[in-house]
Design a protein around this ligand. Structure first.
Ligand SMILES: Cc1cc2nc3c(=O)[nH]c(=O)nc-3n(C[C@H](O)[C@H](O)[C@H](O)COP(=O)(O)OP(=O)(O)OC[C@H]3O[C@@H](n4cnc5c(N)ncnc54)[C@H](O)[C@@H]3O)c2cc1C
Length: 461
């Protein structure tokens, strides 16, 4: 058995690892350029967050509960992954413990989400404790943005993703069943509903019994050429910033709740004297090697205001830009396609690093004919778009997130009806957009409003 994995980000490498862990002996080829252009993984924090990512309406449907089950299983899996890939002394920065802040940098959406995290943690008996914000090591926000409440989620961790990828790849490369191809895949050859080979950009060819497409936000490029009936995957262009300072080293991940269409602001230990702050998100139909200057401004300001005002004297080491693979319905794509020997894993947006031990292991189990949770069928790559927000839920949520984002970015409405007027205008525009794409019984996910507006996602007229 020979398996070709297209893509060398976290999902490609963890899929290869899962094959090595299984009883079936297989030769594995991993295809991807060594410097990993556009890789989301390299730009990630990477936080291993599960409860900290929840919003008040996050677990409203059975599918959301399934995805959360996967996320919780991943939290349990990471300690043994670290033991195997980067045991103590390996030089890979990682750890556990996430401080979740509830501060006054924006509006009450933060309070609702913070309360929800607490309530869900109680529901699932997740180890956590209330903590006085002033007891968080190296937490020195501007006093106007200080948190009045905080929670320590004890099992939620982080890892430097560049160091982890290097360690994992070195481990894989040391196994004689694995070979690495430093190139991009250009196209597949299909005969009678089966992939019989693939051509590399530099002209070489790869043959295999089974193929796994795990090429991140570029997924639609190759899947589109195969004319698979699949939704489009977009580029969630995200920036994180690496800083060096011996005096501001954070011992844990410190973050706000999800807010304003994104994951809030966070800082993560990234090395003995390094801290990573993140992250921005801009959804685009096309790739872009750089992120906006405005995103750097917003990130640095938010981190200095809300986490550590002393960051101003840290050295700015690097700006990472990666493309979060963002599907047209926001849920991941995992499973077999209508081609006999093509499997897909991707579209994991902002928690693919965290989910990887579980979803890659389950994908390999499914490839080998072993039983996996039947709920995975809802995430099949060629599914119809999942539409689980009603029109009213989607419109209200979008308005709430837009207003929350505006306050986060220094919006100061005049002391008159400006805010209500803004909400009314936004509602009218969203109602018109929903009408124009035939969204009467369903709603547009807030982060994809522009993809519908500019017709990158077809409606149902
Ligand atoms: C700024 C930022 C912060 C994030 N923070 C977190 C976090 O804290 N926690 C978390 O869990 N997740 C986080 N994420 C999301 C997470 O990074 C992604 O969900 C995950 O990394 C996706 O992994 P992937 O392997 O699918 O994609 P990628 O990492 O993008 O890997 C895809 C690889 O395929 C290669 N490739 C592309 N085209 C081809 C081709 N034709 N042939 C061969 N190879 C190809 C690319 O070069 C790349 O190396 C973050 C993302 C960003 C951008």
């Amino acid at each position: 058995m020979k398996v070709a994995i297209v893509g060398n980000g976290i999902l490609g490498l963890m899929t290869a690892r899962a094959w090595l862990h299984s009883k079936l002996d297989a030769e594995i080829v991993i295809i991807g350029r060594q410097h990993r252009p556009g890789s989301a993984t390299r730009a990630a924090a990477a936080m291993l967050n599960s409860f900290a990512e929840l919003e008040h309406d996050s677990l409203a449907t059975p599918l959301d509960r399934f995805k959360f089950d996967l996320s919780r299983a991943a939290t349990s899996a990471w300690p043994s992954v670290f033991e195997e890939v980067c045991p103590r002394g390996s030089g890979v920065t990682h750890g556990f413990g996430t401080f979740l802040l509830n501060n006054s940098a924006t509006d009450s959406l933060d309070d609702d989400n913070f309360n929800a995290v607490r309530a869900f943690a109680a529901e699932y008996a997740e180890p956590c404790e209330d903590i006085a914000p002033r007891d968080i090591p190296n937490y020195h926000p501007d006093p106007r943005y200080r948190a009045l409440r905080a929670l320590l989620l004890k099992r939620e961790g982080w890892v430097n993703p560049k160091q982890f990828l290097d360690a994992l790849q070195a481990r894989l490369a040391g196994d004689k069943r694995i070979s690495l191809v430093d190139d991009h895949l250009a196209s597949f050859d299909v005969v009678a509903g089966r992939i019989v080979g693939a051509t590399l950009e530099k002209g070489g060819r790869v043959g295999a019994d089974a193929f796994v497409l795990a090429n991140g936000a570029n997924l639609s490029r190759l899947a589109g050429e195969l004319e698979l009936p699949m939704q489009r995957v977009f580029y969630g262009i995200g920036m994180s910033i690496e800083m060096q300072s011996a005096e501001n080293v954070h011992t844990h991940c410190v973050r706000t709740t999800n807010r304003g269409l994104a994951c809030g602001v966070y800082s993560v230990p990234y090395g003995p004297d390094r801290t990573l702050i993140g992250a921005s998100n801009y959804i685009s139909p096309t790739p872009c090697d750089h992120a906006h200057t405005g995103s750097a401004y917003v990130l640095l300001k938010a981190a200095m205001d809300q986490i550590n005002s002393k960051f101003y004297r840290a050295n700015l080491v690097d700006i990472n830009v990666g493309w979060r693979p963002t599907t047209s319905d926001t849920y991941p794509l995992i499973g077999k396609t209508s081609l006999d020997n093509l499997w897909i894993i991707g579209g994991t947006k902002r928690d693919g690093f965290h989910l990887s031990p579980v979803i890659c292991g389950d994908l390999v189990a499914a490839m080998q004919g072993r039983e996996v949770d039947p709920r995975y069928s809802a995430l099949a790559p060629e599914r119809a778009l999942i539409r689980n927000l009603t029109r009213e839920e989607a419109i209200s949520k979008t308005i709430r997130h837009h207003v929350n984002a505006a306050f986060q970015h220094d919006f100061a409405p005049a002391r008159n009806r400006m805010l209500e007027q803004m909400q009314r205008d936004l509602r009218a525009k969203l109602e018109a957009l929903h009408d124009s794409v035939g969204a009467r019984q369903w709603g547009i996910p807030p982060e994809l409003v522009d993809m519908y507006r500019y017709k990158h996602i077809p409606g149902s007229l």
